[in-house]
Design a protein around this ligand. Structure first.
Ligand SMILES: [Zn+2]
Ligand SMILES: [Zn+2]
Length: 274
């Protein structure tokens, strides 16, 4: 089975400002998924785009983007499920220490199939925008702090899978091999202890780094510890659904994974990775 559990239903900002959280739009994603050989997709729009979360964010960049209605998004995906489309209701949730309780209370009433945990900001600096964390700090320190936050996201218990787990490499800035090794081991240990899944994402192939997330070495350590995986394209438009997910699955198979995780209402099970 091949799944793609990370994509954004929200129309791009250049789309005349219209948000298209609709079943029709979901159907466009499903059609692309079928063409790409993907059996099931999961939507995971950004939590920070929903006005219901505005009070939570201290970072202006996030607070300024809270314009959409979370109910509209959830209703569209729930209706798509009701019509029998092979879709799941997820959300990509920014992790900030101190927001755990508020976030959990806000998200609790909705029928999520899974929640992705993402670290896009560390100590106020963006990870995947420039200038950002790796411009502000030397590589080793940027990497160290990023992984501290990721481990705390794992431990928070809020999330079912960790998105693009080594996003800090996005611009090709790296800590040394030795520093990276210890960060990988500590992170894999935290993932194992938390019982959370790790996402294998093709998104990095289309960023300056030009690689899958995570590094093979980190994925190997996760495999050794029995951490399950989810698969992801991180598509922001229908034509990118499933893009290079087969390459992500290939890496997973190469390090020994034989199954992929499928979620229903936050219960997970393993299906043969195919
Ligand atoms: Zn992300
Ligand atoms: Zn995303």
């Amino acid at each position: 089975m091949l799944v793609d559990y990370h994509m954004h239903l929200r129309g791009p900002d250049d789309d005349g400002g219209t948000r298209r959280y609709s079943v029709d739009r979901a159907e466009e994603y499903v059609a692309e998924a079928r063409a790409a050989g993907i059996d099931e997709i999961g939507f995971s729009d950004h939590v920070c785009y929903f006005r219901q979360t505005r009070e939570i964010w201290e970072i202006p960049w996030l607070a300024e983007r809270c314009s959409d209605n979370l109910d509209e998004y959830v209703d569209a995906v729930v209706e798509a499920k009701r019509r029998g489309l092979p879709v799941k209701l997820g959300l990509e949730v920014d992790y900030f220490p101190g927001t755990e309780r508020e976030l959990a209370a806000l998200l609790d009433p909705y029928p999520w199939d899974y929640l992705l945990g993402s670290v896009h900001f560390v100590d106020g600096f963006p990870v995947d925008q420039q200038p950002g964390l790796t411009d502000k700090l030397p590589p080793a320190e940027a990497w160290r702090r990023y992984f501290v936050w990721l481990r705390n996201a794992a431990r928070s218990g809020l999330f079912d899978s960790l998105s693009h787990p080594d996003l800090v490499k996005i611009f090709g800035v790296r800590a040394t091999d030795e520093e990276t090794h210890y960060l990988h081991v500590e992170t894999a240990d935290a993932i194992e202890a938390a019982g959370v899944c790790v996402e294998v994402s093709a998104a990095g192939l289309h960023k300056p780094v030009g690689e899958l997330y995570p590094d093979r070495a980190l994925l190997e350590l996760c495999r050794e510890r029995g951490a399950p995986i989810t698969l992801a394209s991180d598509a922001h438009r229908p034509e990118h659904v499933g893009r290079d997910v087969e390459r992500a699955a290939k890496l997973a198979r190469e390090v020994g994974y034989e199954t992929v995780t499928v979620f229903d209402r936050r219960e997970r099970r393993q299906e043969p990775l195919g």
